[in-house]
Design a protein around this ligand. Structure first.
Ligand SMILES: *[C@@H]1O[C@H](CO)[C@@H](O)[C@H](O)[C@H]1NC(C)=O
Ligand SMILES: *[C@@H]1O[C@H](CO)[C@@H](O)[C@H](O)[C@H]1NC(C)=O
Ligand SMILES: *[C@@H]1O[C@H](CO)[C@@H](O)[C@H](O)[C@H]1NC(C)=O
Length: 500
């Protein structure tokens, strides 16, 4: 029993508190956290431990782990988005510690570090009503977990909370039944994507269906309120929609424009002898351009041996569109290099870790696999400009926000403004192939012991500008050991909490 006198009681409390701090120095930092986070987190009922446990359990990680964490307090007072920002602190003053998730009753406490960024739009601020998008897919691709696009579409077609951001979408399904069209429509309605789901013209091949989409988006009832009519693939992602809109203000929507990007691969570009926009990066048409295409005889041809041959002689949709524009107008492609087709193979780290702000992404569910919707969630905290933005710390860690955290144990002796050549293109053309799209590349660091990479495993918004990210490095990944080093240890988890 505690003595009744309040003075004694306070002394006892103070003693216990001092004892706890003495035994558990980690908690010292946590007093700061309580202060900085109290207003947004009190009563939010957020159970961070359960969520992290569930993430790890879903990926069969743990319970024994090497664990570190940090709170990143972002301060939006900069005038520009830097490719890389040097921070005059260590990322991990408290190093990785061995923990057993089973025995934890709370996540180990983290201390805050400040980073200065440019203020930019969060998804719920964006008004995208100037855009109408058109995509073709099949019901099967729409429904199957490996290809379903809805989590990504929620990020750039809605405010993330079940409401449209004003953008329109015409989705045409090939070979679908009426029920499948209705079901697709219902799913999109529920997530807030303002879509018109329609049957594709089943008499057309893939190239024809692609070009026919121009007519569909141009003749949408909302035409008069749209500035850009955009053809996309079902795996095209726009990570910075308001920056994209800002860039497009350079182009007068009352004039005919055909805007897009090329493949990154010089080899293919030269082989084609045609400066056409590659569909996966997104193709942006102004109304007069879309009108001209929808009235031109792009799809004329004849049947030969039961196969339809276009007079314009193309079997890919984006090429057929170009041939049509090239034969019937004198409009050329306006090349926007920040749109990305992403035709590289192998490890895409060299691209995602180069600090750029891509305006579109593609092939992230096929040629490479990366969860770009999860990557983008941090925009709910520090805004779209800080997605893939880099922060370099004194202890040789670089965060590429939403993609990875890398440690360079032998120092950052390379030029971080160059992209690391992590790609897996054929040896014969490797050196020249990506030179025009990636610029001068630097040597890759896998297997040298000079780089260790934690890749984004999961992230979630916790409200009030707070986003939690979990990054993972598997102990068994041989790429992060040098010659003669034996892979060893536990899987390693790094948790970052982005907070205002
Ligand atoms: C874990 O997996 C289940 C089943 O697939 C899923 O419903 C749940 O959302 C996942 N949890 C997390 C935190 O990813
Ligand atoms: C969805 O689009 C229709 C036109 O297709 C429009 O009338 C409606 O206002 C839009 N809804 C939202 C929430 O933007
Ligand atoms: C016009 O179409 C033909 C096919 O009929 C195609 O080979 C050619 O490349 C196109 N013209 C131009 C200028 O692209």
């Amino acid at each position: 029993m505690l003595p009744r006198t309040p003075v004694h009681r306070w002394l006892a409390v103070a003693f216990v508190f001092a004892l706890v701090l003495y035994i558990h120095p980690d908690l010292r930092g946590s007093t700061i956290i309580t202060k900085s986070l109290a207003p947004s987190r009190a009563g939010s009922g957020i159970d961070d431990l359960s969520w992290v446990k569930e993430v790890l359990c879903n990926h069969s990680i743990g319970p024994e782990l090497s664990y570190a964490s940090r709170i990143i307090k972002y301060i939006p007072d900069q005038v520009e988005r830097k490719s890389i920002t040097e921070i005059d602190h260590d990322l991990l003053p408290q190093k990785f510690k061995d923990v057993s998730m089973k025995r934890l009753s709370a996540l180990p406490a983290a201390t805050p570090v400040e980073v200065h960024i440019k203020k930019s739009m969060r998804p719920d601020d964006v008004d995208a009503s100037a855009f109408i998008f058109g995509a073709s897919t099949t019901y099967k691709r729409f429904i199957e977990p490996a290809t379903h696009p809805v989590e990504e579409w929620k990020r750039w077609l809605t405010d993330g909370q079940g409401h449209s951001n004003g953008a329109g979408l015409v989705l045409q399904l090939f070979g679908a039944s009426d029920e499948e069209v209705v079901h697709t429509s219902e799913i999109l309605l529920k997530t807030g994507v303002n879509a018109s789901v329609v049957h594709a013209n089943n008499k057309l091949d893939m190239a024809g269906r692609y070009v026919a989409l121009v007519d569909r988006i141009y003749n949408h009832p909302t035409r008069d309120s749209r500035k850009f009519f955009v053809l996309i693939d079902d795996d095209t992602f726009f990570p910075a929609l308001s920056e994209l809109q800002r860039v497009l203000t350079d182009y007068n929507p009352a004039r005919p424009y055909y805007i897009g990007t090329f493949t990154e691969r010089a080899e293919w570009f030269l082989r084609d002898h045609a400066a056409f926009g590659f569909g996966g990066g997104g193709i942006f048409l102004t109304a007069p351009m879309a009108k001209t295409i929808s009235e031109a005889p792009c799809l004329q041809g004849k049947r030969e041996n039961n196969v339809w041959r276009y007079n314009l002689n193309a079997d890919q949709g984006d090429r057929l569109l170009f041939n049509c524009i090239a034969n019937f107008t004198d409009i050329k492609l306006t090349y926007l290099p920040r749109l990305h087709q992403i035709d590289q193979f192998g490890d895409l780290s060299g691209f995602y870790e180069n600090g750029g702000q891509p305006l579109s992404l593609h092939h992230y569910k096929s040629w490479h696999r990366f969860d770009v919707a999860d990557m983008h969630k941090v925009a709910d905290a520090c805004g779209e400009d800080c997605v893939l933005q880099r922060f370099q710390f004194k202890d040789n860690f670089i965060i590429s926000n939403g993609y990875s955290v890398c440690e360079y144990p032998k120092g950052i002796t390379f030029d971080p403004l160059q992209s690391e050549d992590t790609f897996d293109n054929p040896a014969v053309t490797h050196d020249v192939d990506l030179a025009y799209s990636m610029g001068a590349q630097r040597s890759k660091l896998a297997f040298t012991g000079k780089k260790r990479q934690w890749l984004l495993l999961a992230s979630r918004s916790e409200g009030a500008g707070v986003v939690r990210q979990v990054y993972l490095r598997r102990w068994s990944d041989p790429r992060w050991y040098g010659p003669g080093e034996e892979p060893t240890g536990d899987d390693s988890i790094l948790v970052l909490l982005w907070s205002p």
